[in-house]
Write a protein that binds this ligand. Structure first.
Ligand code: SAM
Length: 207
């Protein structure tokens, strides 16, 4: 099953699944590092059902939420039907449906390990940032839990922080910081005793 099909299928359960994987502390850390300001505009890339979007709206930002999965976006639209300030866009990592230099921030939580080319995905997120805009990615450190590929359609088994730093710098970002997000991603295998507890990094850089 392709990743898009997988996320279309799990969309109605995603919020519940997500609560078991990681907590709100991840998005709070990302917002703190970005220094989000009320009234600004942010992109939530690989938005899913709106975990990051929800937090950004609470902080008073406007959000462009992008995802490849119609079902995930539909679920988010249903949840946030009464909320203004969210622009929902169906789109792919390598060709985001956002103009150049359009947003103050780009956030991507637990998205990078699903894309075919993390480097291209990072460059594409940098393209949509205004000058001085910030990219903040939260994702898993490199790990050895193969079952996440089979059961959750992960493409990459996390990342080395030094690679992330290199890709941010190659994409033209300055003031790059890659650090522990003080959070872990936890998952129980559904066909065995394997239990994954993987540290989450937070990577930030400024255009
Ligand atoms: C693990 S979920 C995370 C969702 C959300 N960011 C969260 O924290 O709950 C990954 C999301 O990225 C989306 N995604 C994966 N690959 C993508 C791609 N190539 N282009 C756009 N979205 C993608 C999936 O459809 C899914 O909604």
């Amino acid at each position: 099953m392709k990743s898009k099909k997988y996320f279309d299928k799990v969309a109605p359960q995603w919020d519940k699944m997500r609560q078991g994987f990681f907590s709100e502390a991840v998005r709070n850390k990302a917002f703190f590092i970005a220094g989000v300001q009320k009234g600004e505009i942010a992109a939530d890339i690989g938005a899913g059902t709106g975990f990051v979007t929800e937090g950004l709206i609470r902080e008073g930002l406007q959000v462009i939420a992008v995802d490849q999965s119609e079902a995930m976006l539909e679920e988010m639209k249903r949840k946030f039907a009464s909320i203004e300030g969210i622009d929902y866009r169906l789109g792919e990592a390598e060709k985001l449906p956002i103009l150049d230099e359009a947003v103050d921030y780009a956030f991507a939580n637990m998205y990078l390990h699903h894309v075919v080319s993390p480097q291209k995905a990072i460059k594409e997120m940098v393209r949509i940032l205004k000058s001085g805009g910030k990219l903040v990615i939260t994702d898993m450190d490199e790990h050895e839990f193969e079952f996440l590929k089979d059961e959750h359609h992960d493409r990459w088994m996390g990342f080395k922080r030094k690679d992330i730093r290199e890709w941010f710098e190659e994409a033209g970002l300055k003031n790059v910081i890659v650090d522990f997000a003080d959070e872990c991603c936890c998952a129980q295998s559904s066909c065995g005793d394997d239990y994954a507890r993987i540290s989450i990094f937070v990577a930030s850089g400024e255009r």
